[in-house]
Design a protein around this ligand. Structure first.
Ligand code: HAM
Length: 428
């Protein structure tokens, strides 16, 4: 590419810049807040892992592993993959650092970028953001419901209304063994191409989320797992439903939901937003009781979810929800000369140290230009600092909302602002 020529972001990545980045930040923080309110703690993980982790953890029959991974060889010849999802990495870390040796369940949250080489479209990106939680080491319907409730509470806190929750049970091992036998017999009677037959041989459930019309039609009459649940699995699922109802969380049972990753067992769920078109899944998750052992750890169960932050932003926009901005400024300083610029910077730094959010009209602007910048900044107050103001120690503090000005001593600006922002400045 020629020097000086403009570059563009790679195809299919989501980017957020002001002002929309404030919405993104608000939505992400709201999702995280809900997790923290339920006792989940941060786990911060690498965005790339050994490829083997996803092959074994997520499953080779899935689209995610077989078609969508960003895999490359690093300089040491190791096969590395950009994380397509978060659960496998969390389990790797829990096992590696013995986090499961302490009190159970281990409850963690994460947020960040994930990568899938999907065909980009509205709401479907190759780099996207998730906030996720995982609760590891407790096989109890109460924790299943807590996980679902964390997501539902976050969506409600954002003001979302036009969404619904679908749940299913993918059963325990005995349920799935009994069911898989019947499903394999059903699939054996279908005429499938080699690739599909191979996928079905690894995991016959995968045919339920095949997007092709002919496969969808063929699977319409297939038996469903729900009819083969063992009494224990059935009882556990009934308990999940009872508890959801007790919490006032509406749901629909979707017998054909299989989820796109192979590790799921027992309770599985998806939140679907009705204003987003084809990419309607705003979050999903479920139980994964064999994953830890599969990755070389103890026989511990787990459950969690991943919420798509990008899709939540789109969902809020589709419902016309106006979210409070995370960006606020308390004071905007307009310096009027080269000499006052330095003084303004000193003043701004002192106020910033007290916790106030302060910005300055940089560059050599006219008073008019400076005030225009103050207006655009959204700051609550502005102050013009010129030579006269510095000499007399007197300036006008302008309330940007009302337009009212009050004369104050610059040397006491800190104290004056303390009256307006008692929580920020406090007694520092
Ligand atoms: P997932 O259903 O593959 O689950 O992804 C979770 C959410 O991430 C989806 O509901 C969607 O909102 C968002 N998402 C997925 N792919 C894309 C994409 N290409 N573009 C935009 N958003 C996307 C998981 O990833 C599991 N790890 C969730 C989980 C945690 N299960 C148990 N614990």
């Amino acid at each position: 590419m020629a020097k000086g020529q403009q570059l563009q972001a790679p195809k299919g990545v989501s980017e957020y810049f002001p002002d929309r980045s404030n919405t993104f930040e608000y939505v992400r923080d709201c999702l995280i807040e809900s997790a923290k309110n339920s006792g989940y703690q941060l786990i911060e993980l690498p965005v790339f892992e050994d490829t083997e982790l996803f092959k074994r953890g997520v499953g080779e029959s899935t689209d995610v592993v077989s078609k969508e991974m960003y895999t490359f060889e690093d300089r040491g010849g190791r096969s590395i993959t950009l994380r397509p999802e978060g659960t496998a990495g969390v389990m790797r870390s829990v096992i590696e650092h013995n986090l499961d040796r302490g009190q159970l369940p281990v409850k963690v949250w994460y947020s960040g970028q994930f990568f899938r080489a999907e065909r980009p479209q509205a709401g479907r990106y190759r780099q996207f953001y998730q906030v996720g939680i995982e609760a590891i080491g407790l096989d109890d319907p109460e924790i299943d419901v807590e996980v679902i409730a964390v997501a539902d509470r976050a969506f409600r806190a954002l003001g979302l209304k036009n969404y619904s929750l679908e749940i299913t049970s993918l059963g325990d091992k005995a349920s799935r063994d009994a069911y898989t036998k019947v499903l394999r017999e059903y699939i054996a009677k279908l005429s499938l191409d080699d690739e599909t037959a191979q996928r079905a041989a690894i995991n016959p459930l995968r045919l339920f989320d095949d997007k092709r019309e002919e496969v969808k039609a063929a699977m319409q009459a297939a038996p469903t797992l729900m009819d083969y649940l063992t009494p224990e699995s059935r009882e556990s699922f009934e308990r999940v439903k009872t508890l959801l109802t007790a919490l006032g969380i509406n749901y629909e049972v979707n017998k054909r939901m299989v989820r796109g990753l192979d590790y799921y067992t027992g309770t599985a769920f998806e939140f679907v937003h009705h204003g987003l078109g084809a990419q309607s899944g705003i979050g999903g998750g479920g139980r994964y009781d064999g994953l830890m052992a599969e990755l070389g750890g103890a026989e511990l169960s787990g459950i969690g979810f991943g919420i798509g932050v990008d899709r939540c932003v789109l969902a809020c926009e589709s419902e016309g929800i106006s979210l409070p901005s995370t960006f606020t400024l308390d004071l905007f300083i307009v310096p009027m000369s080269i000499q006052t610029k330095a003084q303004s910077l000193l003043l701004a730094e002192r106020l910033r140290e007290s916790g106030l959010k302060v910005d300055i009209a940089y560059g050599d602007r006219s008073l008019k230009g400076g005030m225009k910048a103050a207006d655009k900044s959204g700051a609550r107050f502005s102050i013009v600092i010129g030579e006269d103001e510095l000499a007399s120690d007197l300036a006008t503090l302008k309330n940007m909302k009302t337009g009212d000005g009050s004369s104050i001593k610059i040397s006491t600006l800190h104290e004056k602002l303390r009256d307006y922002f008692p929580e920020t400045i406090g007694d520092r």
